[in-house]
Design a protein around this ligand. Structure first.
Ligand code: NDP
Ligand code: 2IT
Length: 446
């Protein structure tokens, strides 16, 4: 009997009550792959869909730590080990007060298909905590990371589960986590990615998500005989992904005019050049300040409490968080001339916004394809750790570039419609699914 989307989703919703973001992520994938499964009934016989929406393992744990006043704080820690069909669980850690089980399950689910698209042998996972690093001292962040790792270290390992960064987890946090893992296990291994260069990190890993997203946009544009050169781009967020998106857009001759954080956005019509970007990196990565300070420094406008989607542009790079573009904002982007959306963030567009992109046949690169460069270079970091050597910047960048090209080709293969429009949503979902599903079939009922 063929799958019916609504019936399948009703079961997922009943079994995972209240996990709205997880439902949203599953719905998008299942909608794409049901027609493909109808043509390939072996996947239905193998109950791949039923299995793939059920995490292999969910870990939830208490994270107690002492703050600078000597008071005891308690956070909740998570690791979702979603799917290991094609490799050890791999995916980031998010530290943000909004983190809950449903958000991490959506992220882990997306990660499974994203990692499959990279061509590298990585399963999917995600973790994190409702800990808020904002406003905490370095000492408090370290105390938290150490307590978090005390429990997490029982469950991870270089051949089992390899976490990395995400929102609120950058080089500083990876350092504290790595130090504690090493101390607990008395092992120097590639158990985390995004490490510093001095202790096993890879060149280009900090840049990889932003660079990769721009490479993906460039691939979509090249496919249409166009390029980023001369394009005006709108970027949300001002963290790791946003920063290196701007660096690569500048490299390729485009111009980025916005940045945001949870306080609001800045609009710099002249463009955020290398010098201004260096200021942003210092502001955000060292001073840990607010994006409003950019407006004060460079005399540009700041829009408190708003997102940048009303700014006229050719290309949009949402690079902050999930569900940051609603239906109205998608319509506004297109009305203002935007014809490329490349998602650096995970699931930044609500389903109704995606419908608007597809109906208007714009170039829409969904997150699991467009932002896969980050985890791809994490995979390259794992390879270098296993080989106990380091590749050059050029070598890693070239591999990243080729991986993004190959992801684009996979999307075209599975997503090209009869009028030649490439539906990258179907392309990424089906392209990511095939390898997982075939591997699960080959490995039996596990
Ligand atoms: P960072 O923590 O470096 O930066 C996050 C940025 O997004 C900050 O500017 C932050 O503002 C803003 N932001 C976060 N949450 C919200 C919110 N609820 N509302 C408004 N703004 C918000 O994270 P990254 O740059 O690493 O991650 C950004 C996105 O990219 C996420 O969706 C992440 O999952 C995705 N991603 C990251 C990868 C990576 O390698 N790092 C790989 C693939 C995807 P503020 O400081 O005010 O909170
Ligand atoms: O969402 C993501 O792909 C990441 N946060 C990066 C994960 C990783 O393992 O590098």
């Amino acid at each position: 009997m063929a799958y019916v989307l609504d019936d399948f989703m009703a079961k997922v919703v009943a079994k995972n009550a209240g996990e709205l973001e997880f439902h949203q992520a599953v719905h998008e994938v299942v909608e794409s792959v049901i027609p493909f499964i109808e043509e390939n009934p072996k996947y239905e016989h193998g109950r791949i869909l039923e299995r793939v929406v059920e995490p292999e393992r969910v870990l939830m744990f208490r994270v107690p730590w002492l703050d600078d006043t000597g008071d005891i704080q308690v956070n909740r820690g998570f690791r979702i080990e979603m799917n290991s069909a094609i490799g050890p669980y791999k995916g980031g850690l998010r530290f943000h007060p909004t983190v809950n089980l449903g958000i991490l399950k959506f992220l882990a689910f997306e990660q499974v298909f994203k990692n499959s698209l990279t061509t590298l042998p990585m399963g999917g996972g995600k973790g994190g905590s409702d800990f808020d690093p904002k406003g905490k001292s370095d000492n408090e962040v370290m105390k938290f990371c150490q307590s978090f790792m005390l429990e997490l270290s029982r469950h991870i390992g270089p051949n089992t589960d390899v976490p990395a960064g995400d929102i609120g987890v950058g080089g500083r946090e990876i350092g504290f986590l790595f130090g504690m893992y090493k101390r607990i296990r008395n092992e120097f291994t590639g158990v985390l990615t995004g490490k510093d260069l001095n202790w096993g990190g890879s060149l280009i890993r900090p840049e990889a998500t932003g660079y990769g997203t721009v490479y993906f946009a460039e691939n979509m544009l090249n496919f249409k005989g166009d390029s980023i050169k001369g394009k005006t781009c709108v970027v949300s967020g001002s963290g790791n992904v946003a920063q290196y998106t701007i660096e690569k857009v500048n490299d390729l001759g485009g111009k980025c005019v916005t940045l945001s954080d949870s306080g609001g956005y800045i609009y710099d019509p002249e463009g955020i050049d290398a010098e201004k970007l260096a200021y942003v990196m210092h502001l955000k990565n060292v001073k840990r300040g607010r994006i409003k300070e950019y407006a004060d420094k460079y005399g540009v406008e700041y829009f408190a409490g708003q997102r940048p989607w009303g700014v006229k542009c050719d290309v949009a790079f949402p690079s902050a968080t999930q569900n940051e573009i609603n239906e109205d904002k998608a319509k506004l982007l297109i009305a203002n001339g935007c014809f490329v959306v490349a998602e650096g963030a995970n699931m930044p567009s609500v389903p109704e916004a995606i419908e608007v992109y597809l109906k208007n046949k714009i170039l829409y690169g969904p997150a699991k394809a467009a932002n896969a460069g980050g985890v791809a270079v994490s995979g390259l970091e794992m390879s270098q750790n296993s080989l106990r050597l380091s590749w050059t910047r050029e070598e890693v960048d070239e591999r990243l570039f080729n991986i993004m090209k190959s992801i684009h080709e996979t999307c075209v293969k599975y997503g090209k419609e009869s009028d030649d429009y490439v539906n990258y949503v179907d392309g990424a979902n089906i392209g990511g699914f095939v390898k997982i599903a075939d591997s699960m079939l080959a490995q039996g009922v596990v």
